[in-house]
Write a protein of this length. Structure first.
Length: 514
């Protein structure tokens, strides 16, 4: 009996029609790139790419092109994501193909060392193993052992700035650095000029330059990485070599100190290195040691600038909003009283302080575009073709300044969350990254931030300085450009609320009454 019956012919024809229509839909989507600025032959959208503060330009473009914007920079596709909803649907829900880092950056900085850094490491087994070390030590359940360190350094910060308000920035670097290095390596910084602090600061400046979108032409013309070092125009390769030793030393020196002094008993406990050593009975293979070195390095590199800048934004916001300060102090007095200082365990009982923290993160996120993701394969989103190899740039700043989501976004207003955790949580879900690249140190960073916020507001008023005629000097709200941004330099006056508050600042947190 023939198989070519009318029924089978009809079914085959129907299948062919469906396949044809599906292929047309896919073909149409693949030829429908997201909207964006005009692309020219050879250079693509290079002339339109902003040279500074790109998140502001991309935010303005959202009004013209929408929440997904496409650029072509000399053949390198870039996709700007201006929508938190789209970021979640792509970077979270499709994380299997959106969790890589740009290969051009990673390949180049293999020679400079930055490809070794956990935040820039390509997605894969090595990245997973190193990230797991960080995630385990800084999980919500594990970080309680570090609370007293965070609270002690917050108190030292306030005392030092009360003595000399002009030292705010330097003191923040010192105290944040002390917290991170102490809990990571068991080392206590000797002061602002300690090499274990100054060297990482210098490396972070280099890292910010290296990872800022559009900084290096080799990001868009990868063949340039094969130029001889002496060739004119190959200065970026010589720079990479210089940075290599700096990053190597910053990563290995504190680790080797910790390893040596765990045996002598001079390292403070607990700390991340000690925890890993103890779990391995003090015996790490070369591969395990390699993973630990770069995991601990990522804790310092990922936390130093971000925590410092976030705290600076807090001081700036409080100086500009005295009514917010007053409301926060009243909450502390009502819930905690004035006989002790708030601790990190009090965080759940202080919703307005949490609202302030959330609004600081939203008002001026210190990582306005995070780090670029890379798309592993062609994808289609809402009918738009996203090409394989695209750099995916999440515009965190605009997601948190979208007037449709946050009315009057430039206004600092903690009341916009109505003290609701469900509303507050939407902000850190954006700030701390997406998908498999979400920051593993989020809860530790939030603990440090809370310790600073609560200690300052419980004990002090943050006031603007005055000029020679007694007039208040109110700074403009301006920020640098880069991967991690800082507010422009500003001055404050810090006034202690009461003698009792000053006395509490000298007390060891472990001696506080419950």
């Amino acid at each position: 009996m023939s198989l070519l019956t009318p029924a089978t012919l009809s079914l085959a024809a129907s299948g062919a029609c469906v396949a044809y229509l599906l292929s047309r839909v896919i073909h149409s989507a693949q030829n429908s790139l997201p909207p964006g600025p005009r692309r020219w032959p050879l250079i693509g959208s290079a002339l339109a790419f902003p040279s500074t503060h790109p998140w502001l330009t991309f935010g303005k473009w959202a009004k013209t092109y929408g929440k997904i914007i496409y650029l072509d920079i000399m053949g390198q596709p870039l996709v700007v994501v201006n929508s938190a909803k789209a970021a979640r649907e792509l970077l979270d829900q499709r994380s299997a193909i959106y969790s890589d880092r740009p290969t051009s950056v990673s390949d180049l900085y293999c020679s400079s060392g930055f490809a070794q850094a956990l935040p820039m490491k390509p997605y894969g087994d090595v990245w997973r193993q190193q990230r797991k070390l960080v995630a385990q030590d800084f999980s919500q359940s594990a970080i309680t052992r570090y609370h007293s360190v965070q609270e002690t350094e917050a108190r030292k910060l306030v005392r030092s700035v009360l003595e000399d308000p002009s030292t705010l920035f330097d003191q923040l670097k010192l105290r944040v650095g002390t917290i991170i290095i102490r809990v990571t390596y068991g080392y206590y910084l000797t002061g602002q000029q300690d090499p274990f602090l100054t060297a990482p600061i210098e490396v972070m400046v280099n890292f910010a330059k290296a990872t800022a979108p559009g900084t290096w032409i080799v990001d868009y013309v990868p063949v340039l990485r094969y130029l001889p070092r002496w060739t004119p125009g190959a200065g970026f390769l010589r720079t990479a070599e210089k940075w290599s030793k700096m990053l190597w030393d910053v990563s290995w020196d504190p680790y080797l100190w910790s390893k040596k002094n765990l045996e002598t008993g001079q390292a403070f406990l607990p700390n991340m290195c000690a925890t890993v050593f103890e779990a391995a009975d003090g015996k790490l293979s070369a591969e395990e040691e390699h993973h630990l070195v770069w995991a601990t390095s990522a804790v310092l590199g990922g936390g130093l600038d971000t925590n410092t800048s976030t705290a600076l934004v807090f001081f700036l916001a409080m100086m500009l909003n005295p009514a917010v300060q007053a409301k926060a102090r009243q909450e502390i007095d009502d819930v905690i009283g004035q006989d002790r200082l708030p601790t990190i365990t009090d965080k759940a009982s202080l919703p307005y302080l949490r609202s302030i923290m959330t609004e600081v993160l939203r008002w001026n996120p210190v990582g306005p575009m995070g780090l670029p993701h890379a798309l592993r394969q062609d994808d289609i989103y809402e009918g738009m073709h996203l090409p394989k190899g695209s750099l995916i740039l999440p515009n965190i700043w605009y997601m948190l300044h979208d007037p449709e989501i946050y009315p009057n976004p430039d206004q600092f207003n903690p009341d916009r969350y109505n003290n609701l955790d469900s509303e507050m949580e939407k902000v850190p879900e954006v700030v701390f990254g997406f998908g498999r690249r979400v920051c593993p140190g989020r809860y530790f960073a939030e603990g440090t931030f809370f310790a600073i916020v609560a200690t300052v507001l419980a004990t002090c008023e943050i006031l603007p300085p005055v000029d020679s005629e007694g007039n208040k000097v109110i700074p403009d709200v301006k920020f640098s450009s880069g991967t991690i941004i800082f507010p422009s330099a500003f001055e404050i006056n810090l006034k202690c609320r009461t003698p009792k508050a000053f006395e509490l600042l000298s007390r060891d947190p472990t001696d506080d009454p419950n």
